[in-house]
Design a protein around this ligand. Structure first.
Ligand SMILES: [Zn+2]
Length: 297
């Protein structure tokens, strides 16, 4: 009876706020439980495809960064986490950290981008695969992954950034570095962020996540990707990301990235496992992420 009471008590008094998330386009997220907030791969300095492939310098768009910090309520963010150092994940990260006072967290290559941006050493933290990082009630684990062969069957801009990357720099200066998948657990539940559609077989062995944010650009076989990610994690919900055309400004109406093929992803997932919920988020709107609740049909 006492045990029952205690259980009932803890269930009914768990009034702590839900975990909310905002998709910022590409693989960018802001996540907060009302006490602790952090960004993953925030990227808003969008340049046209020609500028990117012709090697133009791409300065961070500081007014847009400031606007997005306000828009998502991220003024007190504690961390800016980067999954890999390509420009569409890492270019703006030091400046989100600079404006909010958050710690830049990522691979050695990502930290070189922070150094080039002038972030002090105490505001940066290099992480290794397998490492855990706790902020507030969030426990974050960095899992070693592999980038997808996203462009013409090749991994774009491979290699490391070995010196401070002075900005502005060209897209090709943002070398890949380590590729992480990020597992986040919280008393309200868990989620995974995959910033690229690549994977290492069995990388999620023994792990679970209620929801997975899955970059679908540059994926190879959709079923194999699902098997190695959402199915392995026993995820109840997949939120596809990185299918939007990031060669146009964020304030323009969303269009699809060439070849990302969201319809094929949705159809294949429905055939693969009809119980998996696929849900897309509107860019820039706050959504309750955890605890997971199945959307009404
Ligand atoms: Zn990439």
């Amino acid at each position: 009876m006492d045990l029952y009471k205690e259980k009932l008590f803890s269930a009914t008094t768990d009034s702590s706020p839900a975990v909310r998330a905002v998709w910022m386009g590409t693989a960018g997220l802001y996540v907060s439980d009302g006490e602790t907030g952090f960004f993953i791969d925030p990227f808003v300095s969008r340049y046209g495809l020609l500028k990117v492939i012709c090697g133009f310098s791409l300065p961070p768009m500081k007014p847009e960064i400031q606007d997005w910090i306000q828009k998502v309520g991220g003024e007190n963010a504690q961390a800016v986490i980067v999954s890999h150092s390509h420009y569409d994940h890492a270019l703006d990260a030091p400046f989100f950290a600079e404006k909010t006072g958050a710690v830049l967290v990522g691979s050695a290559s990502t930290i070189q981008i922070g150094r080039g941006a002038g972030l002090p050493e105490k505001q940066m933290r290099v992480v290794q695969p397998g490492e855990h990082y706790a902020i507030g009630r969030f426990e974050i684990t960095f899992i070693k992954s592999r980038h997808s062969k996203a462009v013409l069957g090749r991994i774009p801009w491979p290699g490391e950034i070995t010196n401070p990357l002075i900005q502005p720099a060209a897209a090709s200066d943002y070398r890949l570095g380590e590729t992480f998948v990020i597992h986040v657990s919280h008393p309200k539940g868990s989620f995974v962020h995959m910033g690229s559609a690549g994977f290492i077989e069995g990388m999620f062995a023994g792990m679970k996540a209620d929801t997975i944010f899955l970059s679908i650009a540059g994926r190879e076989d959709t079923r194999e990707l699902l098997r190695q990610s959402a199915a392995s994690l026993q995820s109840k919900q997949i939120i596809p990301i990185h299918f939007d055309n990031f060669f146009q400004p964020l304030d323009k109406e969303m269009s699809f990235l060439l070849g990302a093929d969201l319809p094929e992803f949705i159809q294949t997932t429905a055939a693969f496992n009809p119980d998996m919920v696929v849900r897309t988020l509107p860019i820039g709107q706050t959504t309750v992420l955890l605890p997971f609740r199945k959307p009404l049909e």
